[in-house]
Design a protein around this ligand. Sequence first.
Ligand SMILES: *Cc1c(COP(=O)(O)O)cnc(C)c1O
Length: 376
Amino acid sequence: MSMRIPFNRPSVRGKELKYIKEAVEKGQISCGGEFGRRCEQELSRQHGRRCLLVNSCTAALEISAHLLDIEPGDKVVLPSYTFVSTASAFASRGAQLIFADIRPDTLNLDESQLPGLLDSRVKAVVPVHYAGVSCEMTAIRKTCMDAGVRIIEDNAHGLFARYGDEMLGCMGDMGCLSFHETKNIICGEGGALLLADDGDWHRAKTIRDKGTNRDAFLTGTVDWYSWVDHGSSYGISDILAAFLLAQLEDYQAIMQARGALWQRYAEELSDWASTKGVSLPYVPKDCQQSFHMFYILMPTNESRDRMLAHLKSRGIWAVFHYVPLHSSPMGRRMAAGEPSCPVSEDISRRILRLPFYTDMTREDQDLVVGAIRESA
Ligand SMILES: *Cc1c(COP(=O)(O)O)cnc(C)c1O
């Protein structure tokens, strides 16, 4: 069915093809080329952390699981309400998953539950900054510090967002970013790992390069390269890095456009929402969000499904997401204990994400707002 207004549409900023042409002409289009290095430098400068560019956020999460030497018998705490990769990266190394519930306001991991979920086998907590609004990291860090547990941030949504003065992705031991075409800054498929520790950074390069010390060879530190650690093929082609650099150089305009769209949805829908018992996103005062998405929480599962169908009949593609992982077939197999996540279940039944993309026009946004307001 053809839709007048898609849910997402990738935004091309202008220099992408020029940079790709340069990459091709340089004759080095695998991982480790000049554009990849420039992306890493830029992300590293912005975050004040070491950065490794990889081919997805899933890859970044998997590398972080390698770096922690996660093995069967270990446990990892994560929200049930998240994308599969947050869990699969750890489950594929044999970790048992402790599914935490989320807060009903920000839809982020409920930090008040965390102390009760930790035991001596827990190696890591993986907070997900849902919609690019930070988790309550002060409390999460204190709990993890007291228990000696590491923090891996899944920051697929929150590039360049802040918690107080701190950037998301830099508040734990490692932070994972996504440049998938549905995210804010894109290259089709891509990701990055932000690292606090120099040793982790060196080892992460080996893991990215199939467990070889190819990077040390390329930089002249060793005379030949060999198989030295676990690893896989997590590097990104320099063709995609070239695309990504064009986006990173224009990130302020991207953020600004998305911010304006987000504010406009919030303003145009607030009266309607309050008369219909619908909730709009909540952003705590100390959080500067990334404007990754705009969602509404309908009063019931039936009203949500009715709204989806109504919008579809107007050619508008809205979606809902996250079947809570603790109730998925694989999540049930990998879960430690008996997860209880009633908020995740409730939100999953009532959430609706509106079309939201960098190049969305005012006219298209008016159509969405109008269609929502006219619904019964
Ligand atoms: C998109 C997403 C991922 C995976 O990102 P890829 O780059 O597609 O691997 C992981 N976690 C969350 C929360 C996401 O939204």
